[in-house]
Design a protein around this ligand. Structure first.
Ligand SMILES: Cc1cc2nc3c(=O)[nH]c(=O)nc-3n(C[C@H](O)[C@H](O)[C@H](O)COP(=O)(O)O)c2cc1C
Length: 196
């Protein structure tokens, strides 16, 4: 049975390093047999979370769409950049909105992250490879009850880390990405089997 995995980056910048990392993860997951949906948060713009806004206007349609996407896949992978030693506001804002979605557009109950297998990649031009952002992202997603696999892949000096085809040059980092994808697929397949 093929696991369905949702992949997105925490940056919508043109030429984003986290986008390149998400693309590399997409290829690796597909190579390992997953059916991958690669999305960009640029296609799901959201206002900055504000409880007054939520009370007055409800949860935005794009948050419902994102939550439904997470819910309808067997697992997800996020490639995060690092801003001031943490995850960027774009990504945190998307997660905050998703965490507020209680039902999909048909009125079916949705708890997008609850029990959902997930994996984290990070990237940065610095030597720390976005590891601090990855740690914060892990804490946030675990709080949302996602089942985040231990393996993760952090790409340091990311500007020079990829070759012209977008593959990782460094063998050890490439192996880390493969291990992370494998762990996610194992977790996602288990959850899928339990459900069916
Ligand atoms: C507000 C801001 C804060 C940043 N803080 C960090 C940081 O703490 N650590 C780091 O490695 N890079 C930091 N950077 C550099 C980003 O990692 C770099 O711009 C990266 O390319 C952004 O991710 P993206 O390429 O996926 O868009 C920061 C960049 C910005 C704009």
């Amino acid at each position: 049975m093929t696991a369905r995995i949702l992949v997105f980056a925490g940056s919508i910048r043109a030429q984003a390093l986290s986008g390149t990392t998400a693309d590399a993860a997409t290829r690796e997951l597909a190579l390992q047999g997953a059916e991958v949906t690669r999305i960009s948060l640029a296609d799901y713009p959201l206002p900055i979370f504000d409880q007054d806004l939520e009370r007055e206007k409800g949860v935005p349609e794009n948050a419902v769409k994102l939550a439904s996407l997470v819910a309808s896949h067997d697992g997800f992978l996020i490639a995060t950049p690092e801003y001031n030693a943490s995850l960027p506001p774009l990504l945190k804002n998307a997660i905050d909105w998703i965490s507020r979605v209680k039902q999909d557009s048909s009125g079916r109950a949705v708890r997008a992250f609850s029990g959902k297998p997930g994996a984290i990649c990070s990237s940065s031009n610095g030597a720390f490879a976005g590891i601090r952002a990855a740690n914060h992202l892990r804490a946030v997603l675990v709080h949302c009850q996602a089942e985040i696999v231990s393996a993760q892949c952090s790409v340091g000096r990311a500007q020079d880390a990829f070759d012209e085809t977008g593959n990782l040059r460094d063998e050890a980092t490439s192996r880390k990405l493969a291990t992370t994808c494998r762990a996610l697929l194992e977790a996602a397949s288990l959850v899928r089997q339990r459900r069916n």
